[in-house]
Structures are given as C-alpha cells and as structure tokens.
Design a protein around this ligand. Structure first.
Ligand code: SF4
Length: 396
C-alpha cells in the first residue's frame, strides 16, 4: 500500500456524542448561499430555473469555500456549464420499463419502486433529474397496484426502493411500504437506494424507530440492503460512518454505488482512498457507474475509456475487498460492464440484460476516446480479436 493512501484520519471512533443539536436548515434558493457573491448567485439562478437546487447546512459545511474546485461543492452547488445543451431527460430509457407510474420492471427478478420524489440534497449530476422537474414529478402513487403487480409475478425476488430518496419519507410511511413488500413471500431482498448517510446522517443517527424497523424486517434469510451513495472520501465524516454502523447493527447489509464524476472522484488517488475507506467500514464497493448522459451532465462526464483507466489505476492501489467494484453503464438494454481495453479495442459484457438471454454477452468495439456512452460506439468487432493487454498508466 502506498504511503499517501489512507492518511486522511476520518474514521476515528469518536467518543463524543454524534447526535444533532437542533434541526438541519435547508436551502433551495441559490441566493441563500452567503458564500456566493450577488453576481455569482444571479448567474447560477438561471441554472436553478432549469435544474433544482437543494442542500442543508450539514452538507454545505463540508465544502472548502476557499477552493473554487472543491469536490463537495461540485457535487451540490449549481454550475453554469449545466446549461450547455447535452443529454436527455431519461438517459437509461426507464420509461420503457415503467409498468405503472413509479414501478419499473426491467430485469426479471428485480422491480424498482420510486417511492419518493425528494432527495435531501440534489446532486448536480443526477441521472433522474426528471423526478425533480415539476411537470414530471414521477412517483409511485398507487402502492396497492404495485403490491398487486409484485404478488402476481413470483419471479420477482428483489425490490429496490428508490426515487428520490426513500429515507426522506417519515419512518412510519417507509415502514408501511417495507411491511407490505415483506408480506409477499417470494420477495427476498429489499434494497433501499439512499444518499442520506452522506447528505444527512442525522436522519439515521437520531431515529431509533428507523433502526427498530430495519431490525424487524431485515431477517436472517431476507435481508434489507442499503445501497449508499458515497462519492468522495470527505463525505465519510464521523457521523456518516456512525450512521452506516447503526444500519449494520440493526441487521442491514451495506453496498455502495456511485458514478465517476469529473472534478469529484476522477482522480485515482481520491478514488482509491474512497474505495479503501468504504471497505474498512463494511460498505462494500458495488458499482461505479459511467455518468449517464442526462440533461446538463456534460461537464460532469468523463469519457468511458478514460474512466476505465482511472478506475483501474485506483483499483491497483487497494486490497481485494475494496476492488470488488464493477464499472458499468446503466444502458437502456441492460447493465453493461466495461471489462477491458486493448490498443485498438474496448471490451464490454452484459452484466445484466433486460433480455435474459443477452446476460453475459461479450462485445468488442473499436476504441473511441471521446465516447461517453455505449451508444457512441459504432464500429462493432465481430470476431473479438484478443491483443496484448493495454496499459497507458503506471510506470512507463
Ligand atoms: S441522491 Fe440520487 S436521485 Fe437524489 S439527486 Fe442524487 S443522484 Fe439524484
């Protein structure tokens, strides 16, 4: 392990109480950020008219305001580059798998329920911006219909509660959904996709009732998984780590998924640090997503082949448990893993395909360094030429 890795002392077992004194303060207007000048706020106001802004004082306190390129600031503070025309509202074609509003069934064993259209903060690179746009405030409104659909499909073993962020719901509302889903015998795993441990860990630390609910419904044979969304090591504050630890103590499993975002975690040292720290706290690094071509996301996107190299460089610095992560694209046709590069070709594999028979299918394309998404590749190679492994990184 290199000396400059893991030297950020963020995982001390704090003896001091971590509960919050007083309520968090939320900001939804860019003009309310005192760190911005009036002129800066005016410029960014235009961005927020198109893509909503929301944060709280805890998360904003993690920003180093003296650094104009601060990675935490980049996650949450609007950027004028978002106005550059690029991308689409539904980059993964979720609409084509939507059975009823707020219920998506793409992979045979898994159903997504969009149970919330609010997040505690709004990530600037969000792939589901459509959920926050007024005319499209997509949400599961008919829980009874969703439960009936799942009951009628006994191939469904996994339910992913997502949104928005399910932990923004009150604990009683969340319990009601979890209870209804748990009553369906063929459902085994309930996943809760959440950025609350990063945005507002006090939501967990200060709510004993939530932990009781998790321990009741995460059983020996049917676990609840929290799919956390830590994207930078500085999000792993003492209170955030405490929140993860409490979820684990209540019987939940934790896996972390995040996109690779330009200016946030596209540095191999930073990414290695994050992967290592996640493995130390038992939040298994699960997926790194290629940033989806959602509206406004150009400035946050790293081209596919460069992203692959960064991730491989990071993985080279960490131990096995930290590098179990898969680099994937959530494409409309399935989850496509980027498995390798050679001098001329880039190799993909369907990790999970919407069409079951395509799962595991291997694909090779001629390399295209500026490609940002699977659809940007056009020259498919049919005989899968195998070349010597390509390495453009490390000691030359
Ligand atoms: S937590 Fe997820 S859904 Fe919410 S703003 Fe961030 S990326 Fe979008």
């Amino acid at each position: 392990m290199r000396e400059n890795i893991h030297n950020v002392n963020i995982l001390q077992d704090s003896q001091k109480p971590l509960n919050r004194v007083g309520k968090l303060k939320y900001i939804t207007k860019i003009e309310q950020l005192p760190q911005l000048s009036g002129r800066q706020a005016d410029r960014l106001h235009k961005v927020t008219e198109q893509f909503a802004f929301r944060s709280n004082d805890y998360y904003l306190s993690l920003i180093d305001w003296d650094d104009p390129n601060d990675p935490i600031g980049r996650i949450i503070v609007p950027n004028i580059q978002e106005l550059e025309p690029w991308g689409r509202l539904d980059p993964s074609g979720e609409i084509s798998y939507t059975i009823i509003e707020g219920l998506e069934h793409k992979y045979s064993s898994t159903v997504l329920l969009l149970v919330s259209n609010v997040c505690d903060g709004i990530c600037r690179y969000c792939f589901r911006k459509r959920v926050f746009i007024k005319s499209q405030r997509e949400l599961l409104r008919d829980l009874d219909a969703a439960i009936l659909y799942i009951q009628q499909h006994d191939e469904i073993t996994n339910i992913l509660l997502t949104g928005g962020d399910p932990l923004v719901l009150t604990t009683s509302k969340l319990e009601n959904i979890i209870r209804r889903v748990r009553e369906i015998l063929h459902v085994q795993i309930i996943r809760i996709g959440t950025k609350i441990p990063a945005f507002n860990p006090y939501r967990i630390v200060d709510d004993a009732e939530l932990l009781r609910v998790i321990s009741k419904y995460s059983t020996d044979r049917k676990r609840i998984y929290f799919m956390t969304h830590f994207i930078h090591p500085r999000e792993l504050t003492d209170v955030a780590v405490k929140a993860v630890s409490l979820l684990q103590s209540s019987g939940a499993k934790i896996a972390n998924q995040m996109p690779l975002i330009s200016g946030v975690n596209d540095d191999p040292e930073v990414l290695a640090e994050l992967l290592a720290q996640l493995s130390f706290i038992g939040a298994a690094p699960y997926y790194i997503f290629q940033c989806r071509p959602a509206l406004g996301n150009k400035a946050y996107t790293v081209p596919v082949e460069r992203a692959y190299e960064i991730i491989e460089q990071a993985k080279a610095k960490v131990s096995g448990l930290a590098k179990r992560v898969l680099f994937v694209m959530s494409h409309s046709s399935g989850k496509i893993e980027i498995v390798g590069l050679s001098q001329k070709y880039v190799y993909f594999k369907y990790h999970r395909a919407a069409c079951d028979e395509d799962s595991g299918r291997f694909l090779a394309f001629r390399r295209k360094p500026d490609a940002c998404w699977f659809d940007d590749y056009d020259e498919v190679i049919r005989d899968y030429p195998i070349e010597l492994p390509y390495r453009s990184y490390g000691p030359q």
